[in-house]
Design a protein around this ligand. Sequence first.
Ligand SMILES: Nc1nc2c(c(=O)[nH]1)N[C@@H](CN(C=O)c1ccc(C(=O)N[C@@H](CCC(=O)O)C(=O)O)cc1)CN2
Ligand SMILES: [Mg+2]
Length: 282
Amino acid sequence: MIISGKEISTKIKDQLKEEVEQMKNKYDRLPKLAVILVGENQASQVYVRNKERGCSYVGMDSLKITHDATFSEEELLNEIKQLNEDDTVDGILVQLPLPDHINEDKVLEAIDPSKDVDGFHPENVAKLFLGQKSLVPCTPKGMMVLLDEINYDLTGKEVVVVGRSNIVGKPVSLLCLQKNATVTIAHSKTKDLKEVCQRADVLIAAVGRAKMINRDYVKEGAVVLDVGINRDENNKLCGDVDFEDVKDKVYAITPVPGGIGPMTITMLLHNTLEAFYHHQGE
Ligand SMILES: Nc1nc2c(c(=O)[nH]1)N[C@@H](CN(C=O)c1ccc(C(=O)N[C@@H](CCC(=O)O)C(=O)O)cc1)CN2
Ligand SMILES: [Mg+2]
């Protein structure tokens, strides 16, 4: 089975659109997302544009703020402070990566946790760790929704996450643990990575190396979720998984493009709506 994140995310966006439409009557304002982009990273420009498009698709307000790469850390912190104080703004997102002269941790900590629709603020990270209600990072949240969509029960399953980033590897591991999976976090220093991956009922690839995971890493009938966005030898978009090599060995797999990626933006819209309800006192 090929899991179309693209189709599932369209379905969810249509549901969100209806929800936004209905709340127009109930509240006197719309949910609003502010997206800040610093620098000229091409991929980031595409993602930010898609986030704006996502907002307009579901009928939310968005505010795109762009600065050239020389924008200072202090200026950025001031801007975030103003957005924190702006009652018309529900979500604040700073597109990553940031230019080298800006301390990413400092910036993420400056965002009001109730507006932190990326779920990267230490308070939200701690809540996720503790299993408390919080804004959950979009890519990991999207993966859990995809598993739900194929009615996959993680209870007692072996999940192997390859990659230990704060954005994907660590949070998705916690979410799988919450769903009663047995979770292994593997990474570049893991010994016998292939053997570790072979025991996975669910293999989550978030390493950032094109087509690194081939069929030798995959157990027959496994579910494979591919978070990678890389370019192959022909400059074609590809994941961390060698899709053609593994596709007939798996139970289900997400393609790249059209798998996890689109879910990331849809979950961002979902988080913005959650933040809006919270700000309305619900
Ligand atoms: N503040 C954040 N920065 C970054 C995040 C994030 O969640 N918050 N994640 C990534 C980039 N990202 C969203 O920001 C993102 C990446 C990829 C996609 C996506 O839809 N990918 C497509 C293919 C895209 C392409 O054509 O290049 C797909 O997989 O089908 C969406 C969002 C890092 N920064
Ligand atoms: Mg970084």
